[in-house]
Design a protein around this ligand. Sequence first.
Ligand code: AMP
Ligand code: ZN
Length: 476
Amino acid sequence: MIASFERRTDPYMTIQLHDTLQGKKVPFEPLVEGEVTMYLCGPTVYNYAHIGNARPAVVFDLLARLLRRSYKLTFARNITDIDDKINAASVETGKPIDEITARFIKAYNEDMGALGVNPPDIEPRATKHVGEMISMIEVLIEKGFAYEAEGHVLFDVSSNESYGTLSKRDLREMIAGARVEVAPYKKVAHDFVLWKPSTPELPGWDSPWGRGRPGWHIECSAMAEKHLGTTIDIHAGGRDLVFPHHENEMAQSGCAHDGAPFARYWLHNGFLSMDQTKMSKSLGNVLLVHELIKTVPGEVIRLALLSAHYKQPLDWSGETLESARRMLDRLYGAVRGIDVSTDDIAAAEIPQDLIAALEDDLNSPKAMAAFFTLAKELNKAKELNKARDDKTNTGLAAQMYASGELMGLLGNDPEEWFAGHVEGDLSSEEIESLIEKRNAAKADGDFETADAIRDQLGSAGVTIQDGRDGTSWRRS
Ligand code: AMP
Ligand code: ZN
């Protein structure tokens, strides 16, 4: 219902971003006036993305939307399709690597699309950039920052004075305290692999150091250089990537480029936990986006992911989705019954305090508060002006949709939303079958499963009531 539209540029905008390297919030200024380059470390494609993996995709999609209002943005999000975990998945399943990566690249894009994540401008794949990686490694050897040993090429961390500055680590202390067994071909334990040999069964490429494959870190440095240049404006990713991945990327790129800064601003999102515990396969609490979107509308998941400031930890529970659902009900409730044209939306102003909140280091909870203030204003106006095409109402509704466009929300028709026809909603059969499962779990005394199913139904907008004649349900 909402066509995409061009936004005018706003010359007065000043964005503040928290830069990990400087350790503080600073005004954002791109290298080239009016243009921004941004690189986000993307997925390693050997399985489905979990809800934690979706957090960087969603929060930096919001940043991309904000930047596009005022700048010509070139946004690259890579695909890591050379990795030992992919090789292991191939051995485990007996499926060829290409088949595994093709399947999970497709699934990743579909799953993120369901969360309203716009495709990046460039989606470089490691397998298509091995030549660039080899060239960068050659430069690093030539300049004395890397060495070859037993078919490996290693980055010599001691040769790089600023190694450790991003993650605030002291290299000498790190080396002294290293407990890891040092591979015989390494000068020191923290020297990391740029290139390693491959056995005949493993994927490999010919190189000056024999048939082998690149290390993970060099993949991103080479792809960023190829598509975004020597110095990029924003480099983003999850907090866990600060060390070693980003520290190593920064070292490689800086050294290959004679000390030119690799990224002007480093942004890292906080971690998502599940019911106060780390998500991990062994705990069995990994929530896959691919599964979740079967029962919960993508917008609910997106808003849940934006409910905390991106730098803060986010603890995920049944309540996280339920409250996001209620918030969206309020937004859709406000615009319900008002006809707005795409022209009205294109011409509408987004409330200044909503934009100011996003410009302040992407403060999404504060932006949502401004969104609700607008919804409240519209609800009040609707009480006063009953005509369906009342100008005040349509004007405010157009502002709501324009704000929704920026946040990646309100993309559905309100009537469909409330009728439960929005993709991701459960069918009556699915609801009944979940209720049956819940009752069976209750009868077995498995209250944890029973509660989990009630939460799942709740987050899909279904309220259940246990009575003498069984369990009844309704869509809320
Ligand atoms: P990976 O595919 O493991 O390389 O992860 C893709 C992205 O998800 C990286 O930016 C990670 O930092 C991020 N990530 C992984 N787990 C979580 C989590 N639990 N919470 C937030 N971000 C995460
Ligand atoms: Zn990376």
